[in-house]
Ligand binder design. Structure first.
Ligand SMILES: NC(=O)c1ccc[n+]([C@@H]2O[C@H](COP(=O)([O-])OP(=O)(O)OC[C@H]3O[C@@H](n4cnc5c(N)ncnc54)[C@H](OP(=O)(O)O)[C@@H]3O)[C@@H](O)[C@H]2O)c1
Length: 317
């Protein structure tokens, strides 16, 4: 495993991290979840990314992780870097969502119980809340660190102006904003276009990319139709409509380029992100050990010739 420094901190993260948004809920097989988590850790993936609402059902991914924590990971707690988040809809009523002190504090307490942990390594504000005063959200993050419930904090999907205020507030209160977590992949360049990568670096924070495979679109999964066991077929956040004919043609051309590089499309898509010097880690999802194994192979070649970069740009224009 290649370990990369998160911004200007003391923390090294694996170039490839594993996220538990999908595939680890109570609708999934516990044995398969265990196999993936073990495989990941055995191959140097020390960073596991969770959130209060991951599942489905909401909370059940943390429960799955908590079971593995108890039965196999407990002796290795200090070798693991575990994250959780709060800010999206979790429980009914006005305190079950967004960025209030009430929500963040109660949610983290619940998460720690579900995961069988005394503390998380990083706790994120999962999304910017335009209604709650930003100072309330940020002071709660500061207090959570002071209470020892998280070692570091992070922000996810914050627009640049809110991120700027967050970096400054946390710095003023001697708390490290370790990571900015944003959607970044070949099909979504917002972190570059909005200056988010640069801003994180300038503030000494690392950047971790979520949905690096565009939820599976940037793999060989949909080249020959929609498999029954795929994320699109299961329904949810990735809609059938996202896979337009135009996009499919682009994916087919990207797949051809990946073949020429001796990689799968998933490997090339991850390698392309990891070639960026400001990307600390890519957080992949995986519905099988085989996918995880394939994703890890991305690390074998993360360099791109100028011609390959140009071909990618031309395909995606
Ligand atoms: N901060 C946030 O708001 C936020 C939002 C979203 C995600 N995240 C984090 O990012 C993590 C990853 O997100 P994601 O699951 O959307 O990531 P992703 O890596 O873009 O997509 C994962 C899906 O791609 C397919 N796949 C993965 N590897 C493959 C391979 N080698 N070959 C073929 N198909 C492959 C699988 O789809 P099938 O299931 O169809 O097999 C898998 O479930 C989440 O678990 C979460 O931790 C954070």
């Amino acid at each position: 495993m290649d370990y990369r420094r998160a911004g200007k901190s003391g923390i090294l993260l694996p170039a490839i991290s594993l996220g538990l948004w999908h595939n680890f809920g109570d609708v999934d097989s516990l044995a398969r979840s265990k196999d993936k988590l073990h495989y990941a850790f055995d191959h140097g993936i020390t960073h596991f990314d969770l959130a209060n609402n991951y599942g489905p059902s909401a909370g059940s991914a943390e429960e799955t992780f908590g079971k593995i924590m108890k039965t196999s990971f407990a002796p290795y707690r200090d070798e693991l870097f575990v994250s959780t988040k709060a800010g999206h809809d979790m429980w009914p009523g006005p305190y079950g969502t967004w960025g209030s002190r009430k929500h963040l504090t109660a949610s983290l307490n619940q998460s720690l119980k579900r995961m069988n942990l005394d503390y998380v390594d990083i706790f994120y504000s999962h999304r910017y809340d335009p209604e709650t005063p930003l100072e309330e959200t940020l002071q709660t993050l500061v207090d959570i660190v002071r209470q020892g419930k998280a070692l570091y904090v992070g922000i996810s999907k914050y627009p640049p102006e809110a991120a700027r205020k967050a970096y400054a507030y946390l710095k003023d209160h001697d708390v490290i904003c370790l990571l900015y977590q944003g959607r970044y992949n070949l099909l979504n360049r917002e972190p570059e276009e909005q200056g988010i990568l640069q801003q994180a670096a300038e503030n000494g924070s690392g950047f971790v990319a979520f949905s690096p495979l565009a939820q599976g679109l940037l793999t060989n999964r949909y080249l020959k139709g929609i498999p029954e066991d795929s994320r699109i077929a299961r329904g949810g956040f990735l809609k059938k409509e996202a896979l337009t004919e135009d996009l499919l043609q682009k994916i087919i051309r990207l797949d051809r380029l990946a073949c020429e590089r001796g990689q799968s499309l998933a490997e090339m898509s991850l390698a392309w992100l990891l070639a960026h010097p400001l990307v600390t880690s890519v957080i992949v999802g995986a519905s099988s050990v085989e996918q995880l194994a394939d994703n890890l192979k991305a690390l074998e070649n993360i360099s791109f010739s100028q011609e390959e970069q140009q071909t990618i740009q031309a395909i995606l224009q």
